[in-house]
Every structure is written in C-alpha cells, then in structure tokens.
Design a protein. Structure first.
Length: 298
C-alpha cells in the first residue's frame, strides 16, 4: 500500500525549500493534457505505471485513478507562496470543469426507472435491457444486437401507462382461455380402461386383480391431469384493477402487482406481460433517432 506523501506529487524538498521535481512535473503535465484529450483516469494511471514513474519517491507504488483525481483537483499546482506553479490556470480550470461536467452527466436513475429497469427485457432474446446515459434503451446480447429503432424512458413509461389504463378500462383484455384443471387422457389410459372393463366382464372376477387395475387406472388418469393457476391469477388481476381510475402517472406498485415483464422489441414495439400470461402491446412509431409513440393498445 502506498504511503501518504508529505509533499504533493510534483514537488520535492531541497535544502529546506520546496521546489519542483522534474520527472514528476512531466507526469503532472501529462495527466492534465491526457485528461483534456478525453482519456479516462484509469487509462492515465495505467500509462504512468507503464512508464515506470512512481507516485511515491521512496517506493514502487502502483498508480490508480484516485491518485490521478487528487492531482487534477490539487490547486497547489497553480502556485502559492510555498509551491511553485506547475499548471496554468487555464489548463487547471478546463480540466476541472470537464471533470465536474462529466460527474453531473452520470446516469442518475429515478426510483421509478430502477423498478422499470428490473422488469424490462428484450422481446427477442428475453435478456435484460441496457439503459444508456442518454435515456435510451437497447439490447447488448451478442447474438441479438443493438436496437435499430430507439426506445426512450418516456416511450416506455408512456406505453406502460397506456397499457395499464387500457386494462383498467377494458377488463376483458385480461381474460384467457385457460382452465384451472384439464384432463387429457393418452393411449395408455384408454388401454388400461379397457383392461378394467375386460376384468369386470369376466364371469369369475378376480377382485384383487380388478382392485389393482382400478388403482393403476386412477393413478394414470391423475397423471394426465394438468393444473393451472392462471384462472386464479386472472381473478387477482381483475381485483387489483377493480374500481381503479385512469392513471395520469404510472403507479409502480400497481404495475409490479399486475405484470411480470415489460418487453421492448427491435422494431420499437413495447409490450406488457401480465402475471396471468396475457400479453398487451403498445404500438410505437418507428424512429431511428429518438422514436415517438402513440396510444394504441392491443
């Protein structure tokens, strides 16, 4: 671990007086110049490490981006009564203004969008979507590829709000053809049923054998039954939306109770997959720039 420097990087003490350190001055100047060219703090630290310039004069310390950050922010390089000037005010202020602007442009995601992001997937590959800092969404799955048409925060929020409002206004959109329990006998069941009938028609009934055959038939029939909780989920959905008024802003908690996923396709169709498997789609206008949307829901 690197020691804390008593004298800022770029300076040294000679005969009780603080003066510049030529090799470190070169590094300080390089840091400011490279940062203004657009290089990242990490890249600059790696380059200084590769050049073999130690951060601490008494040890082979490893550069990191925090060291670069401290150097960029150190006003002593502008010159004081004790420290000679190394960086001009123009370069210093341009570098720090750039750093400040970059910090304020960091993608700060509102709480509602964090919830939306957790639910939003690519309609094609079913992988979670990536939200860019400019508020557009895309798929970064290698085999799927980036979206040709842009989907924005506002498009997704508006589309989801529209689909929820459509479901509130038209509960029939929530209906499915699914039944709670479905019995679909296969050939083996029919064969076993015939076997039971044959045993029962025998004048000399072997009751133990008939009993075993009937129990086996019952098990086979049970295995051919499928259970679905979709009807229950449909009723739960209707209760969640019952007496709800049209929403002006998206109710995130209501959305989480009603939907499993928000899907966005490469052609900018935004969908809502409800907890009972029903899929609603909001048709969006195609735009390769910042696409727009309409209020059509099917």
């Amino acid at each position: 671990m690197a020691k804390n420097r008593r004298i800022p990087f770029g300076y040294q003490m000679i005969n009780g007086e603080i003066t510049t350190h030529p090799r470190e001055v070169y590094a300080v100047s390089k840091i400011f110049a490279e940062y203004l060219k657009g290089r990242s703090l990490l890249d600059i630290s790696k380059e200084l490490q590769a050049e073999g310039i130690p951060y601490h004069p008494c040890e082979d310390s490893t550069w990191n981006k925090n060291m670069i950050k401290r150097i960029l922010e150190n006003e002593k390089y502008l010159g004081t009564e004790i420290y000679p000037q190394i960086i001009s005010p123009d370069i210093f202020h341009r570098a720090n203004n750039k750093k400040l602007k970059k910090a304020t442009n960091i993608c700060i995601v509102p709480d509602e969008l964090k919830e939306i992001r957790n639910m939003t997937i690519c309609a094609e590959c079913r992988k979670r979507l990536f939200r860019n800092q400019n508020g557009t969404w895309t798929c970064k799955t290698y085999r799927c590829g980036a979206f040709e048409f842009k989907a924005t925060d506002q498009m997704i929020l508006s589309a989801v709000l529209n689909m929820l409002n459509s479901a509130i206004a038209n509960p029939s959109l929530l209906d499915t053809d699914s039944e709670m329990s479905v019995y679909t006998p296969d050939g083996e069941v029919l064969k076993q049923n015939n076997e039971v009938s044959r045993l029962m028609d025998n004048p000399e009934i072997d009751y133990d054998r008939v009993k075993c055959a009937i129990l086996q038939l019952a098990q086979m029939k049970y295995d051919c039954c499928t259970y679905s909780d979709i009807p229950q989920k449909t009723e739960l959905l209707k209760k969640q939306l019952l007496d709800k008024k049209q929403q002006n802003t998206l109710d995130i908690e209501l959305l989480k109770k009603c939907a499993e996923y928000i899907t966005v396709s490469h052609n900018a169709t935004i969908g809502l997959e409800l907890i009972n498997g029903v899929k609603l789609n909001n048709i969006t206008e195609r735009s390769k720039e910042i696409g727009s949307y309409d209020d059509t829901c099917d």
